[in-house]
Design a protein around this ligand. Structure first.
Ligand code: AMP
Length: 229
């Protein structure tokens, strides 16, 4: 008969399940197309994260706490599908580190931003912690999330809310296509990047690098951009 310690040592290692996640990306400042592409590249370069698909960007009116605001710079939005064995909070830290590496500063809630990354779903996890709610509580009402999500997965489901196609059919608004836009895992066409960035003055931020990898490895300082806005 083995001791408990020996039994623990003999036990097979518990494997963290690989889950499929959906990340929503948005930007309404800087070179938006390039920022979204850099963000997807940074996710793909993160240890433990595989990006399996990415939509092309779509354009949408800025939503503020007071509702849609046509006077604000318009957003480009997109969705990336990922596979990861990171847990939900580790993946959130990665998203915050990518935002931070691209110059995101949290000033005003729902204010203009160079880059916003939201975790829409992670497998069938349902969570409500101080830092993270899954599925994302507002995804079902956002055409700028559901439309690009359907681009890359026409059978997509949003947890218990049902089929993404049905949720989108019930929404009043739609995004606008970006002429010449290409998927974020493909090279940008000159015309698409130009059209997407035409009304922007500010330059984009730096490509995410070591701090993203550090966040994935559990370095809290690397995810200092955190804090709910
Ligand atoms: P915002 O960038 O304004 O969308 O707010 C991001 C903050 O919301 C993060 O710092 C998270 O702690 C919190 N949060 C809660 N649920 C989620 C989620 N599903 N995805 C991303 N951020 C979330």
């Amino acid at each position: 008969m083995s001791t408990p310690a020996a039994a623990a040592a003999d036990a097979p290692a518990v494997e963290t399940p690989v889950r499929r996640g959906v990340v929503a990306l948005g930007s309404n400042l800087g070179d938006r197309d390039e920022l979204l592409r850099d963000a997807v590249a940074a996710l793909a370069a993160t240890p433990g994260v595989t990006v399996t698909a990415a939509s092309s960007p779509v354009s949408s009116v800025a939503v503020t706490l007071d509702g849609p605001d046509e006077s604000k710079p318009t957003y480009l939005n997109a969705v990336a599908l990922v596979e990861t064995a990171l847990d939900a909070h580790e993946l959130l830290d990665v998203l915050l580190a990518v935002e931070h590496a691209h110059g995101r500063v949290r000033a005003e809630r729902w204010g203009d931003r160079t880059l916003d990354l939201d975790l829409v779903v992670l497998g069938d996890l349902e969570l409500d912690t101080e830092r993270l709610t899954l599925p994302h509580p507002r995804a079902a009402e956002r055409a700028f999330v559901l439309e690009p999500w359907l681009q890359v997965d026409e059978e997509a489901r949003l947890g218990s809310r049902g089929r993404v196609a049905d949720l989108l059919a019930g929404l009043p608004d739609r995004t606008r296509p970006v002429p010449g836009a290409t998927g974020l895992l493909e090279p940008a066409r000159a015309s698409s990047a130009g059209a997407a960035g035409a009304d922007d003055a500010a330059a984009g931020g730096a490509v995410a690098g070591d701090d993203v990898a550090a966040a994935a490895a559990g370095d809290p300082a690397a995810a200092r951009a955190g804090g709910a806005s």
